[in-house]
Every structure is written in structure tokens, then in C-alpha cells.
Write a protein that binds this ligand. Structure first.
Ligand code: COS
Length: 382
């Protein structure tokens, strides 16, 4: 449900101020410590950020997709690790439950998800199932009143903090691909579930990914999400939505970098004039701005379409494809405009350059987005 315009603007303003006054000064520290301070996590919970997209009846803010994108864009103006802390609760970790959960499942978990007391995580990827996400090998075998899960998930965002996983596991080994996969709500505390150490990553320090292993984990039948063997579709619909959220973050990061470039280029002098007076530098700024505007327009239009109930599988893939590639080009130009300083850690630009690289990979690589866009376009006849 959409907020009224005034409340929505107030929320976006509050988040913008919080990002610029509270989070930006902490960027270097978060990267250095590879951790977000506990008090910041507590503040973000207090602000309702963990429950942005959770229905109001369960204590969330019930934002429309468009409104969620506007908030995500503001969060994009700082290190993406901050957004990642609550991103799984707003998006891929909890949306399966919001979209497909029974009233009992929702009542049990969503109030805690909305408040941030329960951290959620989305467990689809496996060592042998990355882009080919229908190739899930983790098994779920029905045994009395429980499914017994065995297998391993890889690169699972927020797994080290998660209390509740949405896990895709194969219930019918006779069916190849996504057809034999079901989705489950799996509590962290269950016996046999273990979480590995956070991986060392190229960027986004402060956000963590880990392996999750299931060794005869008994998941009660009532924790199956949606119908048996329809978990792949749950995952795909969760990702359609997640891709829009990520696109909004990409636009926010691009806007941040453009503002940083403008500030630097107007101050730094070479050959007796500011960088901003050189047309070759202006050309780079113009390219960045044009692409960021285009991504923003596509993202907002697609979010509105989704809010209107349209199927946006193709448009969400196109938005993610364009926005994530766009922010990669913007970050590259930002390093160029900053010159030597762009390569030096103190200026923070090289950190963003590393941070944005994953946007072209997670929630579907650019190549997978191309596959989806082409398939849908061919199906629709244009
Ligand atoms: N919404 C609803 N249903 C969907 C869907 C969507 N967005 N995408 C696919 N489906 C359905 C299909 O309609 C099909 O249903 P039927 O069997 O009833 O016809 C079923 O799911 C299988 O779909 P498909 O045949 O397209 O599956 P493929 O294995 O060929 O390919 C891709 C699916 C490549 C698109 C998918 O595996 C994918 O998105 N991969 C990337 C995964 C990803 O983003 N990983 C990141 C991990 S999370 S950080």
C-alpha cells in the first residue's frame, strides 16, 4: 500500500538526513572494522528500516514498491553495507513469506522480521547451482511430520546473523530443474544447521556472506512455504522484486558518486583552472548524469507497474541489468575524474568502485538478466 505523499516525503527526508549526518561519517570505519556498529543497527531498527515492506498488520511500514525504491535510493548514497544489514528483511529474506506465507506463518514470524528482532536470509545458491538456480541439490525428504534437509548453500547474505532462512530444497529428485524444488522457512536454531565463517570479499565490508549446511535438519511440515515443488517460482518472484530494490540502490550510489565528482571537480585545479572547466571532464559528468537519470526513470516506472499489479519479470531484469552496469561505469569514471586520488583509499572512491562490482552479479548476473529479457521479449513478440 502506498503512503500518502506527505508521509512518504517525510520518511525519505528522514532517511536522507540520517544517511548524510550519521552513516556517511562512519563509512571508512565500517570498511576498516568489517562491521556495522551495534548502535547503528539499533537505530535502523528504531527507524523501521527492517520492516519497510512488511504489511502494517504485522508491524511494518507496508511501503509500495515505488516507495521502497525511493528509500533504497537514499540508502544508496552511502556504503552499500548499511543497506545490506536490513536488506534481506525488506527483500529476498522475507518476501517469500510475505507473498506466499500462510496466515499462521506470517503471524509467527513477520512481527519479529518487521522490528528487526528476527533477521532473515535467502538460501538459494549452492556450489553447483549459481546462475542455474533450478539445479538445487539440497534435498528435503518427507519423514512423518517433518522434511529432513541435507545439503549446502553458498554465499548466503546475512547468514551469520540470520534467525530465519528461506531455503530452496529439492523435494522431488525425479523432476529435473526448478520443477522439483520447494521453499521452506528454516529456523537457525534447528539441530544440524550450521553457518560457516564469513567469506573475504572484494568490497562491501561490513556485509557478510557465508555457507550454510544442513545435516539432517528436521523442518516441520507447516514450515513449507507455498505448495510442494513450487519453491522455484517462489524464489523467482522474490528475485523479480529484489532486482528492483537493487536497481534503486545502484541509482542512489550513482547519484552519490556524481555529487562527489562535481564537488571534487569544482575545487581541484590543474593548468590554472578547475577540473570542471575542462570539457573532457564535463563529458564524463554528462555521461554519468544521463545514465543515472535513465536508470532512475526505468526503475521508478517499473516499480509503479509492479504496484499496479503488472507482471514485471522482463522490466525488472532490464532495470537491474541497466542500473547495475550503469553504476559500474559511473564508479569507473569517478575514479578517472579523481585521478590519482581516486585510487587512494582515503578518498573513498576506490571503495565504491569495489563495492558496486557485486551489483552486476548477485540477484542474477547481467548475462542472466539478458537471458530473461530476451526470453520474455521473444515470448511477447516484441
Ligand atoms: N516468476 C514466476 N515464475 C517464474 C519466473 C518468474 N520470474 N521465472 C521462471 N518462472 C517459472 C517458469 O514459468 C517455469 O514454470 P513452468 O515449469 O510451470 O513452465 C519455471 O519457473 C522454470 O522456469 P525456467 O524454465 O525459465 O527456468 P530455467 O531454469 O530455464 O531458468 C533462470 C531460470 C535462468 C531465469 C533462473 O535460474 C535465474 O533467474 N537464475 C539466476 C538466479 C539468481 O538470480 N541467483 C542469485 C541468487 S540470489 S542472490
Amino acid at each position: 500500500m502506498a503512503l500518502d505523499a506527505e508521509t512518504r516525503d517525510q520518511l525519505v527526508d528522514t532517511v536522507r538526513r540520517y544517511v548524510s549526518e550519521r552513516l556517511r561519517p562512519l563509512e571508512a570505519k565500517v570498511a576498516e572494522d568489517d562491521a556495522i556498529p551495534d548502535e547503528v543497527i539499533a537505530e535502523m531498527k528504531e527507524m523501521g528500516l527492517y520492516g519497510l515492506s512488511i504489511p502494517a498488520e504485522y508491524g511494518g511500514l507496508d511501503l509500495s514498491m515505488e516507495d521502497e525504491c525511493l528509500v533504497a535510493m537514499e540508502l544508496g548514497r552511502t556504503s552499500p553495507a548499511f543497506r545490506s544489514a536490513f536488506g534481506t528483511n525488506v527483500g529476498i529474506g522475507a518476501q517469500g513469506l510475505v507473498m506466499f506465507g500462510t496466515p499462521e506463518q506470517k503471524q509467527k514470524y513477520l512481527p519479529g522480521v518487521a522490528s528487526g528482532e528476527i533477521i532473515t536470509s535467502f538460501a538459494l545458491t549452492e556450489p553447483e547451482a549459481g546462475s542455474d538456480s533450478g539445479a538445487v541439490q539440497t534435498r528435503a525428504t518427507l519423514d512423518g511430520d517433518a522434511y529432513v534437509l541435507n545439503g549446502a548453500k553458498r554465499y548466503i547474505t546475512n547468514a551469520n546473523k540470520a534467525d530465519l532462512f528461506t531455503v530452496m530444497a529439492r523435494t522431488d529428485p525425479s523432476k529435473p530443474g526448478g520443477g522439483g524444488v520447494s521453499a521452506f522457512l528454516v529456523e537457525r536454531k534447528l539441530e544440524g544447521l550450521s553457518v560457516g565463517k564469513p567469506e573475504k570479499k572484494m568490497g562491501q565490508q561490513g556485509a557478510h556472506i557465508c555457507d550454510v549446511t544442513f545435516d539432517n535438519v528436521r523442518v516441520p511440515v507447516e514450515n513449507r512455504l507455498g505448495r510442494e515443488n513450487e519453491g522455484f517460482k517462489v524464489a523467482m518472484q522474490v528475485l523479480d522484486r529484489g532486482r528492483l530494490h537493487i536497481s534503486a540502490v545502484c541509482v542512489g550510489v550513482a547519484e552519490r558518486l556524481i555529487a562527489d565528482c562535481v564537488a571534487y571537480a569544482t575545487e581541484r585545479k590543474q593548468f590554472g583552472q578547475t577540473l570542471s572547466q575542462f570539457q573532457l571532464v564535463q563529458g564524463m559528468i554528462a555521461d554519468c548524469k544521463t545514465e543515472a537519470l535513465a536508470a532512475k526513470a526505468l526503475m521508478l516506472e517499473t516499480a509503479k507497474k509492479r504496484d499496479a499489479g503488472e507482471n514485471v519479470t522482463m522490466e525488472a531484469a532490464a532495470t537491474k541489468y541497466f542500473a547495475s552496469e550503469m553504476v559500474g561505469r559511473v564508479a569507473d569514471k569517478a575514479v578517472q575524474i579523481f585521478g590519482g586520488a581516486g585510487y587512494i583509499a582515503d578518498y573513498g572512491i576506490e571503495r565504491f568502485y569495489r563495492d558496486v562490482r557485486i551489483f552486476r552479479i548477485y540477484e542474477g548476473t547481467s548475462q542472466i538478466q539478458q537471458v530473461i529479457i530476451a526470453r520474455e521479449t521473444l515470448k511477447r513478440g516484441g
